[in-house]
Design a protein around this ligand. Structure first.
Ligand SMILES: [Zn+2]
Length: 445
């Protein structure tokens, strides 16, 4: 169950997702030095990229494209559905009635906010459930991307709803307290509260939220763990923080992530990556994740998204006041400190984040590209990197146009990433890995 703009934020903060990078130094081959080899041989980068892209059979490529492009439209439908549902809550005075009920049950204002919120999220979750069911269950199955039967999938949805209830309350109760106390300057402190909340969610997510959906265990296989720990030590990363989790519970997607802040920062790789990838591919992926860690992407992301949030709150403040002056009476909403204003705030926040999609995507995509560069240099496995990028192409269109990539991609496309890998390889031809180049990644169709 998608719960509103908070969802986007939580997603952003908890999962600076996936990547691919490569691995370990291959033993030096023969007596020729690297520089001599480079002088005698050169690499046609574009041809090398096309050779990798050709590893995916055309039918599978078409399916991946259609899955990803459909996602563009889903973003629009999600947004429109949110606007319609929120507008109906206002227009039919459902929101005002939920507030009245909360006021009848208690005189204590923070508790009124809480009681309103619980009614709100249950009503919204029920009304938007059909679209969520199609998007998250039927559509994922149609494209062969979901391993779950309905029962376990629904269980995950219910857990997510519970988490949203709690986190939403943690945010909204103090937020409405601020609005009532501070009047028209609420949005400055409100934005600050939102940023602190985002950091808080990022801090607790790896330890308290992620384990509700997957089992995290320390990576045990020494033949994989040792090279990763060696690379971690070389890059100044606390070496114990490598975890694996059972993502195959949900899907076959290959991924890894860095999550958390300060004491909870951790690097995790999923069991699909372990099952489906070679050591050079795992190493390049870990190099990428270590890049997020070393480059402090969690903190930089928070600062950049913080700017987006401050502007967003200023916009909400303006939009709420303008709308209430015109329709407040009709909706039964008394003012900006009245919790019944929430659907209006959600409309404005969703519209803002919908329009800011390319901005937010560019913030994350830029950091992902940085992590790619870091991983190439840390792991020195450009061919392993290219193979991982191809596997990610199962659920992300491999070769979009530049405008499409700018607007819709929160990670670089397969072509962009493989081009970076081959460009790197062209300057480090001694790292070429013939086995990786020849390895078939997809079953012939
Ligand atoms: Zn990443």
């Amino acid at each position: 169950m998608r719960s509103i703009g908070i969802g986007a934020l939580v997603v952003f903060l908890t999962a600076v997702n996936v990547a691919g990078q490569t691995s370990m130094p291959t033993p030096a081959e023969g007596p020729t030095s690297g520089s001599q080899m480079t002088a005698s041989r050169s690499l046609d980068v574009k041809a090398a990229v096309d050779a990798y892209l050709a590893k995916m059979p055309p039918a599978q490529r078409a399916r991946s494209n259609s899955y990803f492009e459909g996602g563009y439209w889903l973003q629009l439908w999600d947004f429109l559905l949110t606007v319609i549902v929120m507008w109906l809550l206002l227009r039919l005075r459902v929101s005002a009635r939920m507030r009245n009920l909360a006021e009848r049950l208690t005189r204590f204002r923070p508790l009124q906010t809480l009681l309103y919120w619980l009614q709100f999220i249950v009503v919204v979750s029920v009304v938007t459930f059909p679209l969520g069911l199609y998007e998250g269950y039927f559509r994922e199955h149609k494209y062969g991307l979901l391993n779950q039967t309905f029962g376990p999938w629904m269980r995950d949805q219910m857990v997510m709803l519970l988490v949203s209830m709690i986190l939403g309350a943690v945010l909204l109760v103090p937020l409405f307290g601020l609005v009532r106390r501070l009047g028209k300057n609420w949005w400055v402190w409100g934005a600050a509260l939102m940023i602190v909340f985002a950091a808080f969610v990022g801090l607790i997510a790896p330890v308290y939220i992620a384990p509700l959906f997957n089992k995290y265990t320390p990576l045990r296989d020494a033949s994989i763990r040792e090279p990763i720990l060696s690379m971690a030590r070389a890059n100044g990363i606390p070496a114990k923080d490598v975890y694996e989790f059972d993502a195959s519970r949900q899907s076959n997607r290959v991924s890894a992530n860095v999550s958390g802040f300060a004491g909870t920062l951790r690097i995790s790789l999923n069991d699909n990556l372990l099952k489906r990838c070679t050591l050079p591919e795992i190493e390049t992926t870990m190099g990428h994740e270590m890049g997020h860690y070393v480059l402090n992407h969690a903190y930089k992301g928070l600062v950049m998204i913080g700017v987006v949030i401050v502007i967003g709150f200023a916009f909400i403040n303006w939009g709420v006041n303008a709308s209430l002056a015109r329709w407040g009476e009709m909706w039964g909403v008394r003012g900006i400190g009245d919790v019944a204003v929430l659907p209006l705030a959600v409309i404005l926040f969703s519209a803002y984040f919908f329009l800011a999609t390319p901005v937010n995507n560019t913030i994350t995509r830029t950091m992902e590209y940085e992590a790619d560069m870091y991983g190439l240099n840390a792991a020195r496995q450009p061919d392993g990197e290219a193979n991982v990028d191809m596997l990610l192409g199962e659920y992300r269109k491999l070769d979009p146009g530049p405008v499409e990539e700018f607007l819709f991609y929160d990670h670089p496309s397969g072509r962009t990433r493989i081009t970076a890998a081959m460009r790197w390889k062209a300057e480090h031809l001694e790292t070429e890995n013939a086995e990786e180049m020849a390895r078939p990644l997809f079953a012939p169709q």
